[in-house]
Design a protein around this ligand. Structure first.
Ligand code: SAM
Ligand code: SF4
Length: 361
């Protein structure tokens, strides 16, 4: 058993090596098994559009990057991808996009969510990841049939948040917090997360990020290494970054520590881990993660949803990649939970998902 009772211990485990690291991963995997089972839930990722009104300093599809062609999938393309996920027994999908808040976009998403629900007889779970919206928009999309929403805080340190976003009214830390609050109040299963290895970020920041996620009682977490992109302002700081291997290591330690702090939640093994190491996601599963998001965007569009350098799966067929993942998962005694929505559990005594006392901070 591993005790994490204060921030110093958390920092210690984020940095640990050797035998201690092995024990950390084993204990996190044991908790995963105990609280959420040895199942890995799938979410077929549909990258709906790379059109974005924002200019986050780290992101390859930021509005001011003119070195890519912009696209929006047609209704037919989205429905075909949803059908593919449904027939392939993925259980659920994520619709992700650059951020837009105009009326046409809000209506389009609302209609698409309804159509997917109809098409699959309410069988496919729908997560949205469409950025900051008004409380009314979140409500409309929930009423249309979406039930989970992902909005990363990116970093819980407000002064670091300011360094990685432009200083204008579209990129405000308190707005991000407010949106997370809207989502939770509205009734979504709410996900958030951070980037790991950002310029100017310390291990203490990362420990604070985990404590932030715990304090807001988040249901799901997707966090992964920050990876540079040559057409973004943060690229100027590439020399000051941690080596990729270190960002991967920290990413996996973050997963393991979070599993110990919040044993009942859903934790994704993110694509950015796979961008550093082809087996990065499987390593995160072995350290306590329980969700994967295979890319089911039409292959022709994937190269234009390039958030960072070396984004994987741009050319790869989804079937072949998934077969390989299923095979790799057996090595960590896990298997894919076919045809399940895989909603996160609520942390209460009735479902035996209250975190162990020694992990309470
Ligand atoms: N526009 C929506 C939003 O920002 O929430 C959803 C799409 S956005 C591309 C999804 C996530 O990609 C962001 O929350 C961010 O953490 C991640 N991301 C963007 N650029 C990245 C980079 N260079 N390295 C790692 N992750 C990145
Ligand atoms: Fe747009 Fe999201 Fe990228 Fe920011 S992170 S530029 S909001 S797609």
């Amino acid at each position: 058993m591993i005790r994490i009772t204060d921030k110093q211990e958390l920092i210690h485990y984020l940095n640990c090596t050797g035998e201690e690291e092995e024990k950390l991963f084993q204990y996190a995997a044991q908790l995963r098994k105990q609280y959420v089972g040895n199942k890995v839930y799938l979410r077929g990722l549909i990258e709906f559009s790379n059109i974005c009104r924002k200019n986050c300093l780290y992101c390859g599809i930021r509005q001011e990057n003119s070195a890519l062609s912009r696209y929006e999938l047609s209704d037919q393309e989205v429905l075909t991808a949803a059908q593919y996920a449904w027939q392939g027994k993925y259980g659920s999908i994520v619709i992700q996009s650059g951020e837009r808040t105009d009326r046409a976009f809000v209506l389009r998403i609302e209609t698409l969510v309804k159509k997917i629900k109809q098409l699959t007889n309410n069988g496919l779970g729908i997560t949205l990841s469409l950025g900051e919206q008004s409380a009314e928009t979140y409500r409309r999309w929930l009423d249309a049939g979406a039930h989970r929403y992902l909005l990363r805080i990116e970093t819980s340190n407000e002064s670091l948040y300011k360094k990685i976003h432009p200083n204008d009214s579209l990129h405000v830390f308190s707005t991000r917090l407010k949106c997370l609050e809207y989502l939770q109040k509205c009734g979504y299963k709410t996900g958030s997360g951070v980037m790991i290895g950002l310029p100017f970020q310390t291990t203490e920041d990362l420990a604070d990020d985990l404590l932030f996620l715990k304090n807001i009682h988040i249901d799901m977490v997707g966090m992964g290494p920050y990876l540079e992109h040559e057409s973004t302002p943060l690229y100027a700081y590439r020399q000051s970054l941690l080596p990729l291997s270190e960002r991967l290591r920290l990413g996996i330690h973050m997963v393991a520590c979070l599993r110990i702090l919040m044993p009942h939640i859903n934790i994704a093994a993110t694509t950015a881990l796979q961008a550093i190491d082809p087996l990065g996601r499987e390593k995160a599963i072995a350290a306590g993660a329980n969700v994967m998001m295979p890319n089911i965007t039409p292959i022709n569009n994937r190269r234009n949803y390039k958030l960072y350098q070396n984004k994987p799966c741009i050319e790869e067929s989804t079937e072949a990649a998934l077969r390989q993942v299923a095979e790799n998962l057996t090595a960590c005694q896990c298997s894919i939970a076919w045809n399940e929505w895989g909603d996160p559990l609520k942390a209460d005594k009735s479902n035996n998902s209250t975190p162990p006392e020694e992990a309470m901070i």
